[in-house]
Design a protein around this ligand. Structure first.
Ligand code: SAH
Ligand code: TYD
Ligand code: ZN
Length: 404
């Protein structure tokens, strides 16, 4: 029986996806035979109200010098992180303040602090993306953050004013060690500000493709409040974000150090009404996921039988869950196009669908494109108008399966 990663109590099973490959494990044909699989299953701890994986993958298997996700592939995300940095500078930082970011990737957020001449440190274990950050002038150390790194940071940089994380806190199954480390490096008035995909949006939109090996947790305000209470810390503000299909930003201080804004209680009430703290809500979610899978496969099977050309758009980590769980094969999708150089020329995890540059898409438009990077729809639709004009149709599966 799986135990809660936060409190150690037994988890209740919500949704078992079966065997999965590594979500960002794009590979070459010589690696097909030794491709690792692991069980992907989501559970819920009623005591913590925490939705989480029942089994996690060793961190070095996912985050290493071949990490395939580069944050700066989206211009909209670059603008988002500039405004995140501006908010931190305006509200939480004084002139000699120190900023630390975990999961700083290719420097998409910290480059804003570097340009402003602010003391900063990125902690990023994936050496290839960290090297891209260093090239931009972002101070980066290639390490995994947890409590064992806290003393070193304190000695080298002194107490931290703002500790930041985007799409990384939910990646850390050893979360208690991470929070203990953050608490120790923070100034008494320092803040932790992080954002991650929001459980409320995952349930509302049936965006089950947020569930994959890297995402150990699917946070809500309720579960995050309970988590930080255990560590003598307090959520003082929550701010919904429109990125990655619906995210939540949490501002957290030491207990009683700063006033708590009304946004926190308002969101707790909303989550109670939505049932995010109750297992029944997640059982309904599972039924919706199964329906979504059946509808998508009916559509893709029909298109395959009719001989239509269909390609995938965006080799996201999310797509690994959809492809594997639904049973999408190279017979359904001719290839998946993606702008990331390290993914091109490789094959998708599990189903081994070829990954091609976006040029292969625009050189000869297919009849249909399955939008795996649906969270970047606005940015993609703005530059792919010629595809629709050629008679091409987009296939969406969030929040519902539809062709347009
Ligand atoms: N913040 C970026 C990247 C998110 S991807 C963005 O929002 O786009 C998650 C990143 O966290 C990866 O680059 C991964 O290498 C890094 N990471 C994983 N475990 C970590 C840890 N223990 N400490 C710091 N970074 C970690
Ligand atoms: P993303 O949805 O941000 O993340 P995840 O891997 O966590 O699901 O990934 C977007 C992917 O789509 C990334 O590989 C880059 C690619 N992409 C394009 O190919 N074209 C685009 O215009 C954009 C914005 C992204
Ligand atoms: Zn628990």
């Amino acid at each position: 029986m799986a135990l809660c990663l936060v409190c150690g109590a037994p988890q209740e099973t919500v949704l078992d996806f079966g065997a999965m490959p590594i979500a960002n494990g794009f590979l070459t044909p010589d690696q097909f035979a030794s491709e690792p699989l692991f069980p992907l299953c989501v559970g819920f701890c009623p005591a913590c109200a925490m939705l989480q994986l029942t089994e996690t993958v060793r961190r070095e298997v996912m985050f290493n010098e071949n990490y395939a996700f580069y944050s700066s592939t989206s211009t909209r995300m670059a603008a988002h992180f500039k405004s995140f940095a501006d908010m931190v500078m305006a509200d939480y930082l004084d002139a000699d303040g120190m900023v630390v970011e975990i999961g700083s990737n290719d420097g998409i957020m910290l480059e804003n602090f570097s340009r402003a001449g602010i003391r900063h440190l990125g902690i990023e274990p994936s050496a290839n993306v960290a090297a891209a950050a260093a090239k931009k002038g972002v101070n980066t150390t290639v390490r995994f953050f947890d409590d064992s790194l806290a003393d070193e940071i304190l000695q080298e940089h002194g107490p931290v004013s703002a500790f930041l994380g985007a799409n990384v806190m939910c990646h850390l199954p050893y979360i208690n060690s991470v929070i203990a480390g953050i608490r120790r490096v923070l100034r008494p008035d320092g803040v932790l500000i992080f954002e991650d995909p929001y459980a409320g949006d995952i349930v509302r939109l049936t965006s089950y493709d947020q569930i994959y090996d890297e995402h150990s947790f699917y946070f809500s305000v309720t579960s995050v409040c309970r988590l930080f209470e255990r560590h003598g810390m307090e959520v003082i503000d929550v701010i919904p974000q429109p990125v990655h299909g619906g995210s939540m930003r949490y501002v957290i201080g030491l207990r009683d150090a700063r006033p708590r804004k009304p946004s926190v209680d308002a969101m707790l009430e909303k989550e109670n009404a939505m049932g995010l703290d109750r297992i029944e809500t997640y059982h309904r979610f599972r039924e919706n996921v199964e329906k979504s899978r059946d509808q998508l496969m009916r559509l893709l099977d029909d298109l395959r039988r009719s001989g239509a050309r269909v390609v995938g758009y965006g080799a996201t980590s999310k797509s690994t869950t959809v492809i594997t769980y639904c049973g999408i094969t190279p017979e359904h999708l001719e290839f998946i196009c993606d702008t990331t150089p390290i993914k091109q020329g490789k094959f998708s995890p599990g189903a081994h669908i070829p990954i091609k540059p976006t040029r292969d898409f625009s050189d000869r438009y297919p009849g249909h494109a399955l939008l795996f990077a649906w969270n970047h729809a606005e940015e993609i639709m703005a530059k792919e108008t010629a595809f629709r004009a050629s008679g091409g149709r987009w296939i969406h599966y969030v929040p519902n399966v539809k062709v347009e």
